[in-house]
Ligand binder design. Structure first.
Ligand code: ZN
Length: 118
């Protein structure tokens, strides 16, 4: 057991490993949270993973915002992947299939952006 742990050393290590410092703080200790390359949210001071859950409390608002951001990023990534497939597609059937996927992704994105504002 260690009574030390300002978390500064751990934070420096996280940054060195390529983790990104977020503008959100740990709900337990108030330290800045990090996003690992794997996408996990981590508190360097508590040395534990912070699970992002949406609750009906104000405290969870930053967490929810984080989830939206991740979702949006994922959708945009998928769109760009499908776009690549679409531009390579030759058969009309395949094009139609992919165009449908684009349409679904776009409306998801639109719904997500609407949900964020409320
Ligand atoms: Zn913490």
């Amino acid at each position: 057991m260690s009574a030390t742990g300002s978390g500064v050393k751990e934070m420096a290590e996280m940054l060195r490993s390529g983790a990104k410092m977020l503008s959100y703080n740990c709900p337990e200790c108030g330290s800045p949270l990090f996003q690992l390359k794997s996408g996990e949210i981590w508190c360097a001071k508590c040395q534990r993973r912070v699970v992002i859950v949406a609750e009906g409390e104000d405290e969870s608002a930053p967490a929810r915002e984080l989830l939206w951001e991740e979702l949006e990023r994922t959708l945009v990534e998928k769109l760009s992947a499908v776009n690549r497939l679409l531009s390579a597609a030759g058969e009309p059937e395949r094009v139609r299939e992919l165009a449908e996927v684009v349409s679904v992704l776009l409306s998801s994105l639109e719904r997500l952006r609407r949900a964020r504002k409320t």
